[in-house]
Design a protein around this ligand. Structure first.
Ligand code: GUN
Length: 284
């Protein structure tokens, strides 16, 4: 079997065009969705992600501000900036780009963002709602993956989903979302024994390890859906995933490429969440 590509860029373009129309209608109702992005320090990868987020906002007519703070900023100064944004009426979404410098407590920062403006879906209140199956801001990468699966009518109910990686941003919420859709979910991580045997049982294999080409075709069951969340820069400057694409695609029924797979969908779901925040806050 040679897999069909799950092209996140094409789907993103389609969704952004739909969102632009929605934003135009909201503006007629005097709702102007606005996202504030806060970037601490000058990590090149974070800078590049943030640039992508601003560009995507502009394409859909969502206004955005970028607040750049030096890597030496104190935790309290950052908390003060978040507080200002929480209280700014024109701001609907707040995103603090992660990771943060070591002297800043990431959880404290996430707790400080108003849950109503938490378009990343990282605040414990929003994570709690996700656990309960309540309506909330879904974390953008898992939300994007779910949207990709739905776009191809890929069956989730009753299927065995194996998630490799247990980060708060991707792995943990991904499992919760798939469980909500009635998948049987197994979490694997760096201490998992017999990883290959477990991965080979997956109907849906989500790989979010942060390790270049850690998973090849020998981990993929014939006909499985393979989702590669990895973004690794190679010596030649090009991006590649956690999955060794060439061998995995020979086994999979569907597979996401890197780039143009999960990455663009993550940004697109941030826009969706910002629109949701704007509508929610407008009702208050
Ligand atoms: N760093 C890597 N991914 C993300 C994300 O989805 N949101 C934020 N805020 N930071 C990130």
């Amino acid at each position: 079997m040679t897999a069909e590509l799950l092209n996140g860029r094409d789907l993103s373009d389609q969704l952004k065009a739909e969102m632009k129309q929605e934003v135009d209608v909201l503006k007629q109702e005097n709702i102007h969705p606005h996202l504030t992005v806060i970037l601490v320090g000058d990590d090149p990868a974070s800078k590049s992600y943030v640039k992508g987020k601003e560009k995507a906002c502009a394409v859909t007519g969502i206004s955005s501000d970028l607040i750049e703070l030096p890597g030496s900023v104190s935790e309290q100064e950052l908390l003060n900036v978040i507080d200002e944004q929480n209280n700014a009426e024109h701001v609907h979404g707040i995103l603090v780009q992660l990771p943060l410098p070591d002297h800043i407590d990431e959880q404290k920062v996430i707790h400080a963002i108003s849950p109503l403006k938490d378009v990343d879906g990282f605040h414990p209140i929003n994570i709690g709602k996700l656990v309960n199956g309540e309506d909330t801001f879904l974390p953008c990468t898992p939300f994007g993956i779910q949207t990709m699966l739905e776009s191809k009518n890929i069956e989730i109910e009753g299927k065995h989903a194996v998630i490799i990686g247990r980060s708060n941003i991707v792995g943990k919420p991904m499992g919760l979302l798939l469980l909500q859709k009635n998948a049987t979910v197994t979490y694997c991580h760096s201490r998992t024994e017999n990883l290959r045997e477990i991965a080979l049982e997956a109907d849906i294999l989500v790989v979010a390890m942060g390790r270049k080409h850690a998973i090849d075709g020998s981990y993929v069951k014939e006909g499985a859906v393979v989702i590669d969340v990895g973004i690794n820069r190679q010596e030649n400057g090009k991006l590649t995933g956690d999955v060794e694409f060439e061998s995995a695609k020979e086994k999979a029924s569907y597979i996401t490429p890197v780039p143009r797979g999960v990455g663009p969908m993550t940004i697109t779901m941030l826009l969706k969440n910002t629109i949701k925040a704007a509508k929610g806050l407008a009702k208050k």
